[in-house]
Design a protein around this ligand. Structure first.
Ligand code: ATP
Ligand code: MG
Length: 329
């Protein structure tokens, strides 16, 4: 076991999808073999956009826990915990927020893109500040390796700045984290949007049935210029080709060639990817149904993971309080 911690979480606003899998989950499953790995259910961060729907968050928390277990995050190797049950994260967020400027948050490109999607003119304080809360998620356990998708890079940059600033202002309590970006840092949506995302409704969930996969792939966008089967295709603008690259990388060169020549039609091309995705998801469905039938086992995994994370958080907060002279008695 290498003496560094891995940490990432997911907002529990919906079931996880293929974008999460290639962007982050796959790396976590691999890293848990070598590193002390923490994975968390971001229910507080989900509230930043879904504060009017607390029941939705509650229901999805269990679904995302099943997603984790179904992709192979092993509770004997990784710590799975619930964000809202670690109050030290909220405490650390408040302390960090003293030295983060509003402009650095306003100009954060991911915040800008997400606020555009949500179509609100004025930003909520909690939403604007969620990157600060993410810095607290990372630092409470002194994690250094953060497997995330590309959209998270500005947030990681802020977390690094916060750590450096804290260490220089007070005492070197924290380690500087870095992002671990996967080979597919941003998977496109089935509608051709640059990002497959829960909020955009262009996803293929990790619990999809064979029929759901086939349906979504059948309806997915392809090269719009390709009207007849034998027209030469433009794979670089086709979401289906992006899926070949992400999930059938060895065959993707051939697919490109046949598509560009016009010798492989879109429906045959879609059939290949449908089969590959079904093969990928089939074992996930199996593990999911095992855990779904055992809710008590899932609850125990979350409780013991949260307990473990909390102990670490309390140790870190003692150091933080000492460093910031908040240790009165
Ligand atoms: P929301 O739309 O509610 O923000 P999301 O689909 O963006 O949901 P998050 O919970 O915000 O999902 O992201 C969790 C992790 O998954 C992050 O590391 C993010 O970068 C990664 N991720 C999400 N979507 C993709 C994608 N399409 N490609 C690569 N990585 C992704
Ligand atoms: Mg997101």
């Amino acid at each position: 076991m290498i003496n560094e911690r891995v940490l990432t979480g997911d907002r529990v606003t919906g079931k996880l999808h293929l974008g999460h899998y290639v962007g982050s989950l796959q790396n976590r499953v691999r890293l848990q073999e070598q590193y002390d790995t923490f994975v968390f259910l971001a229910d507080v961060q989900a509230l930043t956009t879904h504060f009017e729907k607390p029941e939705l968050i509650r229901n999805n928390l269990y679904e995302v826990a099943l997603d984790y277990l179904s992709v192979g995050i092993n509770p004997n190797k990784a710590t799975i915990f619930i964000q809202s049950m670690i109050p030290e994260i909220a405490e650390l967020t408040v302390l960090f927020s003293m030295f983060v400027t509003v402009n650095s948050l306003r100009h954060n490109p991911t915040i800008k893109a997400e606020s555009k999607n949500s179509k609100i003119d004025d930003l909520y304080y909690g939403f604007l500040g969620y990157p600060v809360s993410q810095a607290a998620d990372i630092t409470f356990c002194k994690a250094t390796i953060i497997p995330v998708g590309e959209d998270q890079l500005p947030h990681l940059e802020l977390a690094r700045k916060i750590v450096r600033r804290f260490n220089e202002l007070y005492r070197p309590v924290f380690k500087v984290p870095h992002a671990l970006i996967s080979d597919t840092p941003r998977l496109v949506g089935t509608d051709g949007n640059a990002k497959m995302s829960k909020s955009l409704g262009n996803t293929i969930e990790l619990d999809s049935s064979t029929e759901e996969i086939a349906y979504k792939i059948r309806r997915a966008k392809t090269d719009p210029a390709r009207i007849h089967k034998n027209d030469p295709g433009h794979p670089d603008i086709c979401p289906i080709f992006a899926y070949h690259c992400a999930f059938r990388s060895t065959e993707s060169l051939e697919i490109r060639e046949y598509c560009e020549q016009g010798s492989l039609g879109c429906s045959a091309c879609k059939q290949f990817i449908t089969t590959a995705l079904d093969e990928l998801i089939a074992p996930m469905r199996e593990r999911r149904s095992y855990y779904a039938a055992r809710p008590k086992v899932v609850a125990d995994i979350l409780m013991s993971g949260t307990h473990h994370a909390r102990e670490i958080a309390q140790e870190t907060m003692t150091e933080v309080r000492d460093a910031m002279c908040l240790n009165y008695f």
